[in-house]
Design a binder for this molecule. Structure first.
Ligand SMILES: [Zn+2]
Length: 90
């Protein structure tokens, strides 16, 4: 491999964007912070921005807007109850 080849390879590496599911790096994912009314702990969960906007309008029940969301996440969005308290309650 000569010098030129190495340079070309380096350029290719820069152009490749890392694919990541890290919610903090995604623009369409926003953090939602809520205080659990049972234990008083603050919990932060990440949700799609579109989803939160739809929920704000309250036109449809949450089950209709996001049927794929876990029971825990739905409960969190509605009441703010953390996963730990939900496990103890249900
Ligand atoms: Zn709690």
């Amino acid at each position: 491999m000569n010098k030129f080849d190495i340079q070309e390879h380096a350029e290719e590496m820069e152009q490749t964007e890392p694919i990541t599911d890290d919610p903090t790096t995604r623009k369409d994912i926003i953090p939602i912070e809520k205080k659990c009314f049972l234990c008083g702990q603050y919990t932060v969960k990440f949700f799609e921005k579109d989803l939160i906007e739809k929920l704000k309008t309250r036109e449809k029940p949450i089950q209709t807007i996001c049927p794929d969301l876990s029971k825990e996440d739905r409960e969190f969005l509605i009441t703010g109850m953390c996963d730990k308290c939900q496990k103890e309650m249900f």
